[in-house]
Write a protein that binds this ligand. Structure first.
Ligand code: CP
Ligand code: NVA
Length: 304
């Protein structure tokens, strides 16, 4: 049976901890270890731009002995030039794995359903699982134990938020999500996260008040207000999200040892001030670095 990674929801608590442990090991021994991808080719099919996901996967695949093929926007044209299932069937004859970044999450599900090779979600409109795993690794580096910590997610209830709340819930963290009305995370995903968190006596709650969410939080997390594909809404979103900026006043509500996190790319002066993202609490470049180590752990998990 091939293994895919479409959502954090596919992973059990012990699999998440295994991936985090592997990533820590790989971080300590960057060039040592496995050549599990020797003689293998993994393609990145990306419908949207990327810095961290693309580069960390390319470097990670190379460090594990494999070859990487980048197929950017306009090259494969999933579902337009030919059906997604025909793309999956064809590429299964050439490749050993696919990392896909798509607009519609359904395209990744369709790739997974029809390809005979592993499919990894490199971001869809619904989820960003590789990001959430790197985030958990980064939080664990700062606080050692994940269970019982409080994370406040401030801003848009988007793909990054969805994977993060599922990931936090699966390791027993408490989450408070603050969004403007109408921009809450998907209710079905929220229910899954709340269900997961119950077994740890933890909680995943929603509010429209950023100060309430930030109260006592060990982690303050935000993402862009306008995700890729929503560019036409940018002006409207600047107004709607105005009170959801992470700034020094908001950080002052959090735990004394709180850290600031952002998946990047960031827009200083919009969802976060320069003072916060470039300040001493910010761990955004640890997060970015950890993308590499976690991608390698994911590849090892999938291909071994
Ligand atoms: N955080 C993240 O996925 O960054 P990229 O869009 O640059 O890959
Ligand atoms: N929510 C953002 C994340 C980018 C890594 C987007 O989808 O554009």
């Amino acid at each position: 049976m091939k293994k895919d990674l479409l959502s954090i929801h596919d992973l059990k608590n012990e699999e998440i901890h295994y991936l985090l442990k592997e990533a820590v090991r790989l971080k300590a021994d960057r060039h040592g270890g496995s050549s599990i991808l020797k003689d293998k080719t993994v393609a990145l099919i990306f419908q949207k731009p990327s810095n961290r996901t693309r580069v960390s996967f390319e470097v990670g695949i190379h460090q594990l002995g494999g070859k990487c093929l980048y197929l950017g926007p306009g090259e494969i044209n999933l579902g337009k030039r030919e059906s997604t299932s025909d793309v999956a069937a064809t590429l299964s004859r050439y490749l050993d794995g696919i990392v896909a970044r798509t607009f519609k999450h359904d395209d990744i599900v369709e790739l997974s359903r029809t390809a005979s090779i592993p499919i990894i979600n490199g971001l869809s409109d619904l989820y960003h699982p590789c990001q959430a795993l790197a985030d958990l690794m980064s939080i664990q580096e700062k606080f050692s134990e994940l269970q019982g910590l409080k994370l406040a997610y401030i801003g848009d209830g988007n793909n990054v938020c969805h994977s993060l709340i599922l990931g936090c819930a699966k390791v027993g963290m408490n989450v408070s999500v603050a969004t403007p009305p109408g921009y809450e995370p998907d209710s079905g995903i929220l229910a899954m996260a709340q269900n997961e968190s119950r077994q740890f006596n933890a909680s995943v709650t929603l509010t429209h008040c950023p100060q309430e969410a930030a109260q006592g939080a060990h982690v303050i997390y935000t993402d862009v207000w306008t995700s890729m594909g929503q560019e036409e809404e940018h002006a409207a979103r600047l107004k709607i999200f105005h009170d959801f900026q992470v700034n020094t006043a908001l950080i002052s509500k959090a735990h004394d040892h709180c850290v600031f996190m952002h998946c990047l790319p960031a827009h200083r002066g919009e969802e976060v001030t320069a003072e916060v993202i470039d300040g001493p609490r910010s761990i955004v470049f640890d997060q970015a670095e950890n993308r590499l180590h976690i991608q390698k752990a994911i590849l090892l998990f999938i291909f071994s």
